[in-house]
Design a protein around this ligand. Structure first.
Ligand code: C5P
Length: 216
C-alpha cells in the first residue's frame, strides 16, 4: 500500500515549501491541499456564488474540475497557479473551507490521489481526518511574526502592495477560523510530531523531517 506523510499547521509555517522539497528528496508525489481550497474559492468568486450558501457551494464543488497533481493549479483546464495566491483568495478561502460539501468532494479526491503512489501531503486536516493512518504525521509551527514576514516577502515579490500589519491581521483571522470550524478544524493529530520552524532554513526542516521518515 502507498505510504502517506502528512504535514499540517497554521498559515505560513512553511508547509508547502517543506512538503514539496521533502517529496522531491524522497522521490514521492506531493499534494498541496490548500491549493485545492484556493482553486474552489477562485471558481466561486468568478461565478459570483454566495459563499454562505451550502447548496450553491455543493453544486459548484460537484461540477468544478480542480487538478493540482502536476505541481500547477489547474481550474477547469486553465492554469491559475499564480492567481490563487492573491490576498483576496487567501482571505476568502477559509470561508469556503467551512463548507461540508466542498470538504467532502476535496477529501475524496485527496484520498484517491494518495492511492497512486507514496505521497507527502500538506494542509490543516491531513493527519486528523483525511489520512488518520498515515505513516508519519507532522505539525509545523513558527513564530507568528516570522510567518507573516515570510508571507509578506512572497506577496511583495509578486507585486502586491501590502504591509506586515495587514498580513499579520489576515493570518490571525484565518488561523482562528481554521482552528474553530466544526468540521475538520486545524489541530495536531494526537500522534503528530511537532516541529517549530522558527529560525530554521528550509533545508534544515526537510532534513529533520526526512530523519523521522527514513529511520526504520
Ligand atoms: O495552506 P493554504 O494557505 O494554501 O490554505 C488556504 C486555506 O484553505 C486555509 O486557510 C484553510 O482554510 C483551507 N484549507 C483547509 N484544509 C486543508 C488545506 C487548506 O481547510 N487541508
Amino acid at each position: 500500500m502507498a505510504k502517506v506523510v502528512t504535514i499540517d499547521g497554521p498559515a505560513g509555517a512553511g508547509k508547502s515549501t517543506v512538503a514539496r522539497r521533502l517529496a522531491g528528496r524522497l522521490g514521492w508525489q506531493f499534494l498541496d491541499t490548500g491549493a485545492m481550497y484556493r482553486a474552489v474559492t477562485l471558481a466561486a468568486l468568478l461565478r459570483r456564488i454566495d459563499l454562505s450558501s451550502e447548496a450553491a457551494l455543493d453544486a459548484l464543488a460537484s461540477c468544478v474540475n480542480v487538478d493540482v497533481s502536476g505541481g500547477r493549479v489547474i481550474l477547469d483546464g486553465e492554469d491559475v497557479t499564480l492567481e490563487v495566491r492573491r490576498s483576496e483568495i487567501t482571505r476568502q478561502s477559509a470561508k469556503i473551507a467551512d463548507s461540508a460539501s466542498v470538504r467532502g468532494h476535496l477529501v475524496r479526491w485527496q484520498r484517491e490521489f494518495a492511492t497512486r503512489s507514496d505521497t507527502v501531503t500538506e494542509g490543516r486536516d491531513q493527519g486528523t481526518i483525511v489520512f488518520p493512518d498515515a505513516f508519519r504525521k507532522f505539525f509545523l509551527t513558527a513564530d507568528e511574526v516570522e510567518r507573516a514576514r515570510r508571507r509578506l516577502g512572497d506577496l511583495l515579490a509578486k507585486g502586491e502592495r501590502t504591509t506586515l500589519e495587514t498580513v499579520l491581521a489576515d493570518q490571525l483571522a484565518r488561523d482562528a477560523r481554521d482552528a474553530a470550524r466544526s468540521i475538520a478544524p486545524m489541530k495536531p493529530a494526537p500522534d503528530a510530531l511537532h516541529v517549530d520552524t522558527s529560525g530554521k532554513s528550509v533545508d534544515e526542516v526537510v532534513e529533520e523531517l526526512a530523519g523521522h521518515i527514513l529511520i526504520p
